[in-house]
Design a protein around this ligand. Structure first.
Ligand code: NCD
Length: 303
């Protein structure tokens, strides 16, 4: 599970169906002991709250266990060991690896040197496929059929891997998209063209937040990915470019519009929005557990 481009519609639908099952089993019983004693290794070389904790919760609620690297300084990589030797050892201890790493292509590389399944928990500005699966689950849950949605992707579309993975799959399902970002933070042309070539989606770009809000059913917002900027002052400047607040929503939003966000959020959404009907992002994050349970169980049982 390295890139959303590796999955076709049929497979995504299968994972979403299994996620639905996990979601209702979790609500009824709190756990599903189908993977007793399977060990998941979470190797995180970049900060994470939701991705790491929801993967760890998911395997535990499936009856399995975890081993983890959360801080490279506490491993032998701090002594100069390379990632390839590290992975060759981890595969002897664990049944499945989730890796997050700042380098694009890192998860693919790891998947090529190990025999056990590898899940990409985010590789630099490239891909974050499991976030997209939970995003699609949230879209279905709150909005219904994915293909009937008009989604505005708002924020740092240049650096956010969540946006790249999501844009691809929304196009695959035939949803309409508005890409809303300041000039310098547009999604790469190459990537947008790849999506256009493959799926011929209805997609347009604008830098007007008001237009994005007014024309969409769903706002999918992300923060400025400041750690991926060469110039920290530029990140700070752009952080002020967009702010979603109640005034904007009340003036421009359709009555049923809702907001998703992969989190963490910083200053792009006014906290006053958190307690309104628009905000679905905290509930969205809760779907990380059933969706990742579904994924792990499909990967482990080769269904
Ligand atoms: C995102 C990530 O790490 O790409 N977070 C997440 O996994 N939910 C989003 C971000 O960092 O902005």
């Amino acid at each position: 599970m390295i890139s959303i481009r590796d999955l076709d519609k049929e497979l995504v639908l299968k994972i979403l169906k299994k996620s639905e099952e996990m979601h209702s089993l979790l609500k009824k019983k709190g756990k599903v002991n189908v993977l007793a004693d399977k060990v998941l290794a979470t190797l995180f070389f970049e900060p994470s709250t939701r991705t790491k904790l929801s993967f760890q919760t998911a395997i535990k609620r499936l009856g399995g266990r975890i081993i983890e690297i959360s801080d490279v300084k506490t491993t032998s990589m701090a002594k100069g060991e390379n990632i390839s030797d590290t992975v060759k050892i981890v595969e002897k201890y664990a049944d499945l690896i989730v890796i997050r790493h700042p380098l694009e292509g890192s998860a693919r590389y790891v998947s090529e040197i190990t025999k056990i399944p590898v899940i990409n928990g985010g590789d630099g500005a490239n891909q974050h496929p499991t976030q997209t699966l939970l995003d699609l689950f949230a879209v279905k849950n709150f909005g219904g059929d994915i293909k009937n949605q008009k989604v505005a992707l708002v924020g740092d579309l240049r650096h956010a891997r969540t946006m790249r993975s999501l844009a691809y799959s929304l196009a695959m399902f035939g949803a309409e998209m508005i890409l809303v970002s300041p000039e310098g933070l547009r999604m790469s042309k190459e990537y947008v063209n790849e999506i256009k070539r493959k799926f011929s989606p209805t997609i347009r770009e604008t830098s007007s937040l008001e237009k994005g809000v007014a024309d969409s059913d769903i706002l999918y917002v992300c923060r400025i990915q400041k750690e991926r900027f060469a110039d920290p002052y530029e990140a700070k400047r752009l952080q002020k470019a967009y702010k979603i607040d109640l005034d904007l929503l009340e003036k421009h939003a359709k009555p049923d519009l809702f907001i998703l966000h992969p989190l963490p959020k910083t200053s792009e959404i006014d906290p006053a929005v958190d307690n309104t009907k628009y905000a679905k992002y905290f509930e969205q994050a809760s779907f990380g557990v059933p969706v990742r349970m579904a994924l792990i169980s499909l990967l482990m049982k080769n269904e």
